[in-house]
Design a protein. Structure first.
Length: 759
């Protein structure tokens, strides 16, 4: 079975608790005293009696709802043949409407109702009837719809039982029930009864169907004279000709988290390879990233030589798998024809540091990657937080943070030896002019609220810079990391999403592969190089480049408010000299437990995020799309500092909405150049240009304000920059000296593309 996260509980609950539309006809109550428990032997008869009285009176002005409820009532009265006829009518309607969510849900119930009808008419055991109905239905489906249907069969029955029990409990102590309540109760019963009935039957039938559709092989692919890579090879049986299949290759750190059949269900040969760093210890390289490019090129060459291969390979992957695709492209193998990545890692860019600030999470990542399965610390959030805070309170230098014994500590400390983006990091990825040689189609997917956006935009911006004609498409929307990987629903962290944003980026990726490898029409959502969803406008926008998107930025200057904080963002540079001072004691450890709020919508901004600067309310809606940049005009008493910037929409009713997340944090000494460090001049007024690695895309409503939070970055879960002129990892609390004191001057501004929407 495919190891994908089940996302069924919400859709099934939605089926059960569909809001009731106006019922045509007279409101009516029915006598009903519910049994106490789902397992009560009297329950079926009680439901049957209720359904027999509801059926003659039930009408509805929504045809889909009417047929769905009618079939449920017919099942409750014990007439599955009639219910089967009703659901066939509903099936025709859903197919004509092409509602994949409803259709996928409906097929599961169609099979169940059909099985009950066969059982009643032919007098065969339910297991026999269910197998017959299941095979008849899935035999009519192509590989992809059958694959997409699988998760619908695997919903656990526990939550469905609880929903049904809750419906009974709500009627406790009552002697009558309304029509709407009766329908809700029978829907809850039907969902539970169906899944409880086929719970033990569906899995072996799905495995039987899988065997019928695919050739599945476990293979060891040689990548050197001494090493092999373990992989799963899956090919659709429908493609049996020699040299008939393009291949999609993906490297992963955990094959249990990915399903090799996914690409095969889309009609490709699929190779899911386990990266050697996570595989057999005797084949492991010394550290992550080291062997992946060479290994991937060896696997690509192996694929191209196979009889079933047409010689063309596309690479896909998220996070580490995305890095492997780019690493393979550093010396582009002839058979590699396209790459598509989601939130790809970029060593030296977002791991172990982001904008040169080292993240404690990178140590946890490499530790858990190399830890044995029974390691008590692996996946222990509380324990890792304790380690962060213990180091932070101790005031020790960052080189002492990786305190646990083992290879992970040595690897992490070796990374600390390379604080700039030097050749140590450059050797693993196409760098500088090497990017111009990546002359194949590329797709990059990320989200405004995804930590992976840092590396995703790095790849896209650098590739486009080195080759303005590069065939590289960016797909970005209001997604966080889970939404990028598994698809977006109605909201992300309680921020509602537009209807058009509720997409599954994986399907966009496969449509794109169909285009670049098989000549299908280019997906409409990817019809330009920059494809972004303008949140709040319910619209996908398309631009030929980031430069075109950002061609008309609006400048906002920092201005002191006469009334104190929050201060102002203004369109014109203040005429009078300005000096706003921010002070932070780097020796203070009272904030060890502080972490930025994860909510995207809040009633206030945490003071630790820095000083707030706010525009006047916009008279008309404005569209903000692109990256944040600007110049910092300041005087500081240190040689270096880590800074944090965040943008919010402040709505007219007082809610703050993050425009991106996490915050854009960066080390000032590397703001101009990630390869060469340039220290600040203590005590001297100076300017520092910056360009963020976060993109926004949102329509702000009339009456909203734009808010900038600008502060000094100091956290227990990140490297601390004490402001000295030596290597940051060598500094400790003893080097803190006087508190950091920054005076922001009137020349400080930010720029972001803003367009007023004409009424």
């Amino acid at each position: 079975m495919k190891p994908r996260v089940l996302k069924l509980l919400l859709p099934i609950a939605f089926l059960i608790t569909l809001s009731v539309r106006p019922i045509l006809g007279r409101a009516q109550d029915f006598g009903f005293e519910p049994p106490a428990q789902v397992a009560d032997p009297a329950l079926p008869a009680a439901l049957r009696d209720l359904a027999e009285r509801v059926l003659p009176t039930y009408e509805d002005d929504d045809p889909d709802r009417y047929f769905s409820n009618l079939a449920t009532l017919q099942m409750a009265v014990g007439d599955p043949a009639a219910a089967r006829t009703t659901r066939l009518t509903l099936q025709e309607r859903l197919q004509s409407q092409q509602n994949s969510l409803q259709a996928g849900r409906a097929v599961v119930y169609d099979i169940y109702v059909q099985a009950r009808a066969i059982e009643a008419i032919e007098g065969v055991p339910f297991a026999t009837a269910y197998g017959q109905a299941f095979r008849e239905t899935l035999s009519r489906l192509d590989d992809l719809p059958a694959y997409e249907l699988e998760d619908w069969f695997m919903a656990p029955t526990g939550p469905l039982r609880e929903t049904f029990q809750d419906a009974l409990d709500q009627r406790r102590g009552q002697t009558s029930i309304t029509l709407e309540q009766a329908l809700e109760l029978t829907r809850a019963w039907f969902a539970f009864d169906a899944y409880d009935s086929f719970d033990d039957l569906a899995r072996p039938l799905l495995m039987e169907d899988e065997e019928r559709r695919y050739v599945v092989e476990e293979i060891a692919i040689p990548v050197s004279n001494e090493a092999t890579v373990a992989a799963a090879l899956v090919r659709p049986r429908s493609a049996t000709g020699v040299g008939s299949l393009p291949t999609l290759l993906e490297f992963t750190l955990d094959r249990a988290s990915r399903d090799a059949r996914e690409a095969a269900a889309h009609g490709f040969a699929s190779v899911l390879a386990l990266s050697r760093i996570a595989g057999d210890p005797k084949f492991r390289p010394r550290a992550p990233f080291e062997s992946e490019g060479d290994d991937a090129r060896a696997v690509i060459d192996w694929i191209a030589r196979q009889s079933w291969s047409d010689g063309r390979v596309g690479m896909q992957g998220s996070r580490y798998g995305g890095f492997v695709a780019w690493s393979a492209a550093k010396r582009l193998p002839p058979a590699l024809k396209a790459i598509a990545t989601s939130d790809p890692m970029a060593p030296g860019i977002d791991v172990p540091s982001s904008n040169r600030i080292v993240l404690n999470s990178a140590y946890r990542w490499v530790y858990e990657l190399l830890a044995p399965p029974d390691d008590a610390l692996a996946n222990g959030d509380a324990r890792w937080r304790d380690l962060d805070e213990a180091w932070y309170r101790s005031g020790r230098g960052y080189r002492e943070f990786p305190a646990l014994p083992g290879r992970a500590r040595a690897i992490f400390r070796s990374w600390l030896n390379h604080p700039s983006y030097d050749r140590f990091w450059q050797k693993w990825l196409p760098f500088d002019t090497e990017l111009a040689s990546v002359d194949i189609p590329v797709l990059t997917v990320t989200g405004y609220y995804s930590a992976g956006q840092t590396a995703a935009l790095y790849y896209f911006a650098q590739h486009s810079s080195q080759d303005p004609n590069a065939d590289h498409a960016l797909l970005i929307g209001p997604f966080d990391s889970p939404a990028v990987e598994d698809g977006a629903s109605s909201s992300v962290r309680e921020l509602g999403l537009d209807l058009v944003a509720r997409i599954d980026p994986r399907e966009a990726r496969y449509e794109w592969f169909e285009h670049v490898l098989r000549g299908a029409e280019r997906p409409a959502i990817l019809n330009a190089k920059v494809n972004y969803e303008l949140a709040g406008a319910n619209e996908w926008r398309h631009e030929p480049s980031l430069a075109a998107l950002e061609s008309a930025p609006k400048r906002f200057y920092l201005a002191a408010s006469p009334d104190g904080a929050p201060h102002r963002l203004v369109a014109d540079k203040p005429a009078a000299p300005m000096s706003l001072t921010e002070t932070l004691d780097l020796r203070d450890r009272e904030d060890a437990a502080w972490r930025p709020a994860q909510e995207l919508v809040s009633r206030q901004v945490q003071p630790r995020e820095g000083a707030l600067f706010v525009t006047e309310p916009f008279d008309e809606p404005v569209e903000i799309a692109g990256r944040l940049r600007g110049d910092l005009d300041f005087t500081i008493n240190k040689y270096d500092v880590d800074l944090s910037l965040m943008l919010y929409e402040l709505r007219s009713h007082g809610e703050y909405v993050k425009l991106f997340e996490p915050a854009y944090t960066f080390r000032a000494s590397y703001a101009r150049d990630r390869v060469h460090r340039r220290l600040l001049t203590a005590g001297v007024r100076q300017k520092l240009p910056f360009q963020s690695d976060r993109m926004v895309g949102r329509k702000l409503q009339a009456g909203s304000r734009l808010v900038l939070a600008l502060g000094i970055n100091k956290r227990a879960d990140q490297q601390i920059n004490y402001g000295g002129n030596g290597e940051v990892s060598e500094q400790s609390i003893e080097d803190a000296g006087a508190p950091v004191r920054i005076r922001w001057h009137e020349g400080t501004f930010i720029e972001i593309p803003v367009r007023t929407v004409e009424p």
